[in-house]
Design a binder for this molecule. Structure first.
Ligand SMILES: C[S@@+](CC[C@H](N)C(=O)[O-])C[C@H]1O[C@@H](n2cnc3c(N)ncnc32)[C@H](O)[C@@H]1O
Length: 401
């Protein structure tokens, strides 16, 4: 097991402690009634239990005052680059085209993207946001209503589930796959075990390993076959056995268009490095990363890196081909970051604004910031041509998958 570094974390206040205690009580009751829960179910409860989970209760989460900063929170350059990359596809698909954003967070991406789409005269028929958290949906609605002209706002709608009718357009998700509840597995005596969360004699949460079911064991063996090596005893990591089903659910009805996923992660052989003995799971609490997912449930964001080879496989099995795959810095540069930055710099009101823009570029692109840790993957289906900026196709590293 990992060594908690929780003693160095900031102390929660009384309200936060009471909140975490309520979720803890819910977890204890569930485990007492049904037995130990798979880690993926624990993570799902911690993030999304109605009114209690990290994303479903009213904590700040995003930005300087929250627990982490995402690329859209830094400013508008990121969204403008995404719009620049996908707008030829919007233009190609004509007037009946939709933009579907998964997991809209604070609404920062939707705001900047919609303003850029309007400026470039490529507004989609509808801008749909699929957001499981009722709390975040409300915050997105407030933000967008205040920031967007009424004519743009009328195109925005929220979905409870993926579209059932066939549609055409762009599906976009930044830092969503890393928030999908992940399965943790480990190898013992050459057999696959799954990590569960149980209670000890004093009703404290503890992690235990149990023999994996056929779905989890099959997914782990598939990865081993693909890597051409078996995991050694004691090796522990994450896997998303449900990813192909999830992909089918969110993208099954996208008959023509593009999906763009941006997230932190690796190709499979870098994800499952022999020396990465304890996986990629991280908890974030007020800008501190730590590795104890049982610490203060409900107050921490829990995430795992993305196996982009698995994402490509899931996309392929849903009928999509990888159009391009590359680190975020290369993606943004190929999507016109230089020109977009220069334009914003010229328009900036003062030195402080110009400084913020320069900082944004650094955070988005420097290798030790988001530039190399984050990857972008574009998947396409049903397009007669692939009208992406030539630089994006030229910078493709899909051969590494
Ligand atoms: C780390 S936040 C990223 C938010 C935003 N995209 C950004 O970049 O700032 C994860 C988001 O994904 C949402 N989410 C989690 N699971 C999801 C799912 N299955 N479908 C759609 N959104 C999901 C969360 O509620 C949250 O809005």
């Amino acid at each position: 097991m990992t060594t908690p570094r929780s003693s160095r974390l900031p102390e929660p206040d009384a309200d936060e402690l009471a909140h975490s205690e309520r979720l803890l009580q819910h977890l204890r009751e569930t485990i007492a009634a049904h037995g130990p829960m798979p880690f993926s179910q624990y993570m799902e409860r911690c993030l999304y239990a109605p009114g209690l989970g990290y994303y479903s209760a009213g904590k700040t989460k995003f930005g300087e005052a929250g627990d982490f900063v995402t690329a859209p929170e830094l400013g508008e350059l990121f969204a403008r680059c995404v719009v620049h990359a996908v707008q030829p596809v919007l233009a190609l698909l004509g007037s009946e085209v939709d933009f579907l954003e998964l997991g809209g967070g604070s609404g920062a991406f939707a705001e900047a993207a919609l303003l850029a789409l309007a400026e470039n005269s490529v507004l989609p028929r509808r801008y749909l946001i699929l957001e499981p958290s009722a709390d975040l949906r409300e915050r997105q609605r407030e933000r967008l209503t205040a920031a967007l002209p009424a004519g743009v706002m009328t195109r925005v709608a929220w979905l409870d589930r993926p579209p059932e009718e066939n549609w055409r357009g762009i599906l976009f998700a930044n830092e969503v796959i890393d928030a999908l509840p992940t399965t943790r597995f480990m190898i013992r005596n050459s057999e696959v075990y799954e990590e569960y969360v149980a209670l000890d004699g004093e009703a404290r949460l503890v992690r235990v390993d149990r023999p994996a079911d056929a779905l989890v064991a099959g997914a782990v063996r598939h990865v081993e076959r693909d890597l051409g090596r078996t995991f050694e005893d004691g090796y522990r990591s994450e896997i998303l056995p449900q990813l192909p089903y999830w992909m089918q659910a969110i993208a099954g009805s996208l008959e023509a268009g593009l999906m763009l996923f941006i997230d932190y992660g690796y190709v499979r052989r870098e994800f499952y490095l022999p020396e990465r003995q304890d996986g990629t799971l991280m908890a974030h609490y007020r800008h501190r990363a730590h590795n104890d997912p049982l610490h203060l449930p409900g107050l921490n964001d829990l995430t795992a890196s993305v196996d982009f080879t698995a994402l490509a496989e899931a996309g392929n099995s849903a009928g999509f081909g990888v159009a391009t795959y590359l680190p975020q810095a290369h993606f943004l540069i190929a999507a016109g970051l230089q020109d977009i930055f220069e334009h914003a710099y010229e328009q900036a009101a003062d030195d402080a604004a110009r400084h913020r823009l320069a900082q944004q570029v650094k955070k988005l692109t420097l290798p030790d910031q988001m530039g190399e840790r984050f990857q972008a993957m574009l998947l396409a289906r049903g397009l007669p041509a692939l009208p992406l900026p030539a630089e994006l196709l030229a910078a493709d590293q899909g051969g590494r998958l």
